[in-house]
Structures are given as C-alpha cells and as structure tokens.
Design a protein around this ligand. Sequence first.
Ligand code: ADP
Ligand code: ADP
Length: 218
Amino acid sequence: MIVAEGLTKRYGATTAVDGMSFRVEPGRVTGFLGPNGAGKSTTMRMVVGLDRPTAGRVTVGGHAYVDSPAPLREVGALLEARALHPGRSARDHLRALGATHGIGAGRVDEVLETVGLTGVARRRAGGFSLGMGQRLGIAAALLGDPRVLVLDEPVNGLDPEGVRWVRQTVRRLADGGRTVLVSSHLMAEMAMTADDLVVVGRGRVVATGTVAEVVASV
Ligand code: ADP
Ligand code: ADP
C-alpha cells in the first residue's frame, strides 16, 4: 500500500506538490489523473525515493524511501525521462539493472518475454520506437517482481495496440495482488484502466474515490 500524507515538494519558488494526501490500495489500480504540470511525476519520484519531500511524507508498505531509491524487488517504476544508452541492447540494459540488484539473466529473459521484446532483445535501444522504449521501461519495472508498481504515463506515445497491451498488463498485475499507481492526463484512459482515482491539479488532490464515485462527483 502507498500512503501519502501532506506530501509537499518545492523547487525554489515553484511548489510542484502542495500537501497531497492519498492512499493506493493493494490489488487495485489507482489512476493518478491530472493535467501536465499537476505534480504527478514529482510525486511518483518521491514514492520511489528518487526525490526527497520538502514536507510531509509518502510510505510504501510502511517504509519511506527518503535516502536511497526503493529496491527493485519492492517497487518497480516506469518514470518519464529514464535515460537509455542508445548503443546498448534491451537485454544489456536489463542485465545491467538486474546485476546491481542481484537479479539474474534468467529473469531478464522472462521479462523480455512478458513485454514482447524477445525478438529484438539484442538490438540497440537507440533504434527503438517510442512503444518499444515503453515496453523496455515496463520490463525494467517488472524485473524485480515487485509488489508495488509506479507507472508514469505508460501509454504516452503508444499506438492503439500498445495502449491495449499496457491496459491488459496493468490489469493482470493488479489481479495478481500488486499495488499499481498509474498516471495519465487523459480521463477516458484512466476510466478504462483504473479502479480508483486520485485526481490532482496544481500540486493538490482535488478528488479521490472509485472511478464511478469520481465521475459522479464532477
Ligand atoms: P506532471 O507530472 O503532473 O506533469 P510534474 O511533477 O512534472 O507534473 O511538475 C509539476 C511542477 O513542478 C511543474 O510546474 C514543473 O515545471 C515543476 N518541476 C518539476 N520538476 C522540477 C525540477 N526538477 N525543477 C524545477 N521545477 C520542477
Ligand atoms: P545507469 O544507466 O546509470 O546504470 P539506470 O537507469 O540503470 O542507471 O538506473 C539507475 C538506478 O535507478 C538503478 O540503480 C535503480 O535503482 C533505479 N532504477 C532504474 N530503473 C528502474 C525501474 N524501472 N524501477 C525502479 N528503479 C529503477
């Protein structure tokens, strides 16, 4: 479970996240919905421990990752702008990431299969389409078989088939008992993907509840 309490992040004069409180329940897909600039990415980076709150806190399974990133076996994340090494293959990216977390090559081949990249596993990632890059990012998030997944705009730039694939994958992961927080700026997308919604704007939570509850309230 993810619990945010008064979570706040300021960058100089900019308040990116302004006292957000919300919960993400296990076995459910929680959609993090809001326009660009609402503070979704910043919040997700704090969940994973890649950014430090200015005030308030966010815990994952009771643990606040403030001084080091969450272990891949606990939290898997697809975050925007995770740099790829263009000359490295998909498999080598995952092997390098796995190696720093004690995860072996066998698991790498498993997640490549899960995301449908087995056939291109040896190709350089620099030649990947946006959709293939997203699949590789999701493979990285799944590498540690974590109980919690944080996916920042996973359908951005995907073709309709890719969008469907992400939706099905997210559903399957939640049905397996995982906790999934997935962001989007598209209400229709979230209505199709999520069980619960946390709607945000200008760094604040503006509505929470099941998709039906939130839709009825707006
Ligand atoms: P979203 O993911 O909802 O689009 P972000 O979390 O990316 O929103 O951004 C929220 C606000 O914080 C924006 O105004 C953005 O410009 C600002 N911001 C995000 N990261 C930084 C940063 N590293 N330095 C300065 N401002 C930032
Ligand atoms: P580098 O390219 O410098 O090796 P990486 O992109 O492999 O950097 O990752 C840097 C750190 O970010 C890793 O040690 C890992 O802890 C974390 N990380 C990378 N990808 C993910 C992911 N999908 N989910 C969670 N953490 C990740």
